[in-house]
Design a protein around this ligand. Structure first.
Ligand SMILES: [Zn+2]
Length: 427
């Protein structure tokens, strides 16, 4: 196609154009100028610059929870894919071994491979958990927030870890398309103090923080004080843990990371999230209860990662009830080391085929508008006038049915992705 100059008006025509998840235009044209959506209109006279024909133009997808630096982690990926019932903690051991064996250049290559796969799947923005220290230009041309992962209960290491994070944030250009924030990893790997210090470092940057919460039964056994009794492995300080915590405790011991007096408790993390005055992106929440998600709802969006959830045989996820109770839920992929792909459209199709009560418009919102808002991307997630001209295109059979229903029923891949008015993927 012809690459339009930034100031030229470009007309994209398609059978259907999604302005917002609730507003689909038929036989329409998307007008793009200067990297922004100038407007939508009924099919105009003359020949458009690009005519996609029987296709759906959609707001570019937003993947609010992934780990692109694990895109090339073949050992964990093979283990997760080839085992009938992969054990999560064995999988984590593969991830840890990979991280310890690679240098920063390899991680950058992994991020770039992940960026390429994301773009080919219509993703224009990410909330990416990453290794502190990677340069932000690895993510070009994606938009979004990269959350430097901060973890380690060992008191002697904590200050060094925070200092690295502080320098990385200070070096991050404020005006880049991706911006840098932090992710205290999880209650069992970050102390209450580490959580608080991450909040202090990010405060004032206008960005959310991220964390993993209530992902496994073992984490609940270790970090949910109501579930105590039966197992005392705390080295005599009197703290008792539920027997279900044992595999996690074994892993932490093996990694030299077993400091039971420094664990964060889930109720304390929930309290911090709901009182810090910052927004959060919380991954998984598989074992949260309704009181927990009501505590979160004014401050956090939750990201449900369906194929990873299925891979590790978690109990059914309460995402529908969470939304009914007022918590925003986005659909993400998690890393390629556990997910089927880096396509949030594939993940949403999985939810659709799993028999969700959600209508197609709600599913689409969970991979566009909801994650865009969660990441503070105010010009993403819809194609309303003034929004970024970040969109993708999926060809659909020419029919009279609901195109969003057809989108989730079909396996039709993304055939084009445009970011800032420029094509970045064209199949
Ligand atoms: Zn994750």
């Amino acid at each position: 196609m012809r690459r339009a100059e930034n100031t030229e008006l470009t007309r994209y025509r398609a059978r259907w154009i999604v302005e917002t998840p609730d507003l689909v235009h038929e036989d329409a044209e998307l007008l793009v100028q200067g990297g922004r959506v100038r407007g939508l209109r009924r099919r105009g006279p003359g020949t458009p610059d690009v005519d996609f024909g029987s296709a759906l133009i959609l707001p570019g997808f937003v993947n609010a929870h992934t780990h692109l630096d694990l895109t090339l982690c073949e050992t964990a990926r093979n283990y997760a894919r080839r085992s009938a019932e992969p054990d999560f903690w064995r999988w984590v051991r593969h991830v840890v071994a990979y991280r310890r064996s690679v240098d920063q250049d390899e991680l950058c290559r992994a991020v770039q491979a992940g960026v390429e796969q994301s773009i080919a799947a219509g993703v224009v923005a990410v909330g990416d958990i990453t290794t502190v220290g990677l340069p932000l230009d690895c993510w070009q041309p994606l938009r979004g927030v990269v959350f430097g992962e901060v973890l380690g209960l060992e008191p002697a290491r904590e200050q060094a870890i925070l200092q690295r994070a502080r320098l990385w944030l200070a070096d991050a250009p404020a005006e880049s398309a991706v911006r840098a924030s932090l992710a205290p990893h999880a209650p069992y790997s970050a102390s209450p103090d580490l959580f608080r210090q991450c909040v202090d470092l990010v405060r004032g940057r206008g960005l959310p923080l991220a964390t993993h919460l209530a992902e496994t039964a073992e984490e609940m056994g270790l970090c949910r004080p109501a579930r105590t009794g039966g197992l005392d492995l705390s080295g005599g300080n009197g703290r008792r843990f539920h027997p279900s915590a044992r595999p996690l405790i074994e892993l932490l011991r093996e990694l030299g990371a077993w400091f039971p007096e420094r664990l964060s408790l889930i109720p304390d993390v929930l309290r911090l999230i709901s009182t810090a005055g910052m927004s959060w992106v919380v991954a998984h929440g598989n074992y949260l209860n309704s009181q927990d998600w009501r505590t979160l709802r004014n401050w956090a969006a939750l990201v449900y990662c369906p194929s990873t959830h299925l891979r590790f045989r978690r109990p059914p996820h309460p995402f529908e009830q969470m939304v009914t109770d007022g918590l925003e839920v986005a659909i993400g992929t998690d890393s390629l080391a556990s997910a089927n792909s880096l396509s949030v459209l594939d993940e949403a199709r999985l939810v659709h085929r799993g028999g969700t009560r959600w209508p197609p418009s709600t599913l689409l919102a969970a991979i566009t508008r909801v994650p865009a808002r969660a990441l503070g991307l105010h010009h993403h997630g819809t194609l309303e006038p003034g929004c970024a001209a970040d969109f993708c295109v999926v060809r659909l059979p020419d029919g009279d049915g609901d195109p969003l229903h057809a989108l989730f029923e079909s396996d039709s891949p993304v055939c084009a992705t445009v970011i800032g008015g420029q094509p970045v993927y064209w199949a």
